[in-house]
Design a protein around this ligand. Structure first.
Ligand SMILES: [Zn+2]
Length: 420
């Protein structure tokens, strides 16, 4: 029988002999959960009550047959870095948000790899993620905080990443935001090699969210094969929305359950990229292509309809306040920063950006330009005797752009993030 310890030792041996790029997936969510239960004995009772509510909500959903609403979750990414390379780019953060939106909305092309007997289980979860556009004080933000730290690894048990006074960054109000901490490394009792860990709903709000190693975050920059498709956060977000591992976390027996009705019973986790069918527990093949198994990013492709129902139940139960927090505006533009001379305001309803400036000299014209980050000019306006204008950005793709304000020798640049 395979045990938890042997799994960890195997991961460690692989790390030592084959370097971090070839290590097996190792998620710390269940160990974190066990530590939370030890520190907060009443959590078990709250989780049991939450489970009853989830099952009731799912039952009502089946009976009422109402159409599911699209749920939007505002994300704040706290980047903790010791070295410059760990201070990952905005683009890498946005690539991770795109990956979440791809996987939670069945926009991933690799669902074609799902075996035909399981194709009818593949779900479009219908949850959209956005970078938070307002911080807890109501100021416009790009949803990223950056903190220099002297720590190379952050301890899972004490949640060091989540507090200013332990080298991390305090959570933003977890009733309004999904907090994600990107860290140089994660350790547990001195051991490293954990890709990420999530906190299940129902726990301490000060530590609510996901911690993830910067090697396994996003699809560009420092993201490292075979975990460079952004699916470590897809997996951890599943835990944050109360999904358990697909094999039921019993390690080596068929008695564990993920509390999801349509996932086949599965004996153990799968690694790397196995061939279908991997039969265990007399099933028709493990659902190893599920995001809640331990396979490589390129071999995961789906949540099931049952997992979707469970996640929607949480977003309409314990986490309902997040979807109503107003920090994730639909069809929104978000402001990245404002300088003294020019101000940029999003006008989401009109798909416009409003640009205002303190005009010093009314006699010469002002040029307002919007270009992409490669310098390609997309919008250009020449204005005189005006102190504001609107830029129609409805036809621009989501992403970062540059706004340039020029008058004579004076030039100001501002980056803006456009999200539709
Ligand atoms: Zn996990």
């Amino acid at each position: 029988m395979k045990t938890r310890i042997s799994t960890i030792l195997l991961s460690l041996m692989l790390m030592v002999t084959m370097s971090a790029t070839a290590q097996h997936r190792n998620c710390g969510a269940m160990n974190h959960y066990q530590i939370m239960l030890q520190n907060d004995p009443e959590m078990a009772q709250r989780m049991a009550q939450q489970e009853i509510e989830i099952q009731q909500w799912i039952e009502n959903r089946v009976q009422s047959k109402t159409e599911d609403e699209v749920i939007r979750i505002p994300v704040v990414v706290h980047v903790l870095y010791k070295t410059n390379i760990q201070n990952i780019s905005d683009a890498q953060v946005y690539s991770q948000i795109e990956a979440l939106n791809r996987d939670y909305n069945k926009l991933n092309a690799d669902t074609v790899n799902v075996p035909s007997i399981y194709k009818n289980l593949v779900a479009k979860v219908g949850i959209e993620f956005c970078m938070a556009q307002q911080d807890p004080d109501g100021n416009w933000t790009n949803g990223i905080t950056r903190t220099s730290t002297n720590k190379s690894t952050f301890e899972l048990g004490s949640d060091q990443a989540k507090y200013n006074n332990t080298g991390g960054h305090d959570a933003w109000d977890a009733t309004k935001y999904f907090n994600v901490w990107v860290v140089p490394g994660i350790s547990e009792s001195g051991m490293t090699g954990i890709l990420g860990y999530a906190q299940f709903p129902g726990g301490n709000l000060a530590t609510d969210g996901v911690v993830i190693d910067y090697h396994y975050f996003g699809t560009t920059g420092t993201a490292t094969y075979p975990y460079d498709e952004g699916r470590t956060l897809t997996h951890e977000t599943g835990h944050w929305l109360n999904l358990y591992h697909i094999w039921g976390d019993d390690y080596g027996s068929c008695s564990g359950s993920d509390n999801v009705s349509d996932t086949p019973n599965q004996g153990d986790e799968n690694y790397d990229c196995p061939n279908h069918p991997q039969v265990s527990c007399s099933n028709n093949g493990d659902l190893f292509m599920n995001y809640m198994d331990y396979t490589s990013d390129i071999c995961m492709a789906m949540f099931t309809e049952g997992q979707k129902a469970r996640m929607l139940a949480v977003m309409n139960g314990t986490r309902a306040s997040i979807k109503n927090s107003g920090r994730c505006l639909p069809n929104a533009l978000s402001l990245v920063k404002t300088q003294n001379q020019i101000k940029i305001f999003p006008n989401p309803a009109a798909h416009q950006i409003q640009v205002e400036w303190l005009q010093l000299n009314t006699s010469s014209s002002i040029e307002i330009q919007l270009s992409d980050l490669s310098g390609r000019l997309l919008i250009s306006q020449s204005l005189r005797n005006q102190s504001q204008t609107q830029l129609d950005v409805s036809r621009l793709a989501q992403g970062m752009y540059l706004i340039t304000w020029k008058q004579g020798a004076q030039v100001h640049h501002e980056k803006v993030l456009i999200q539709h």
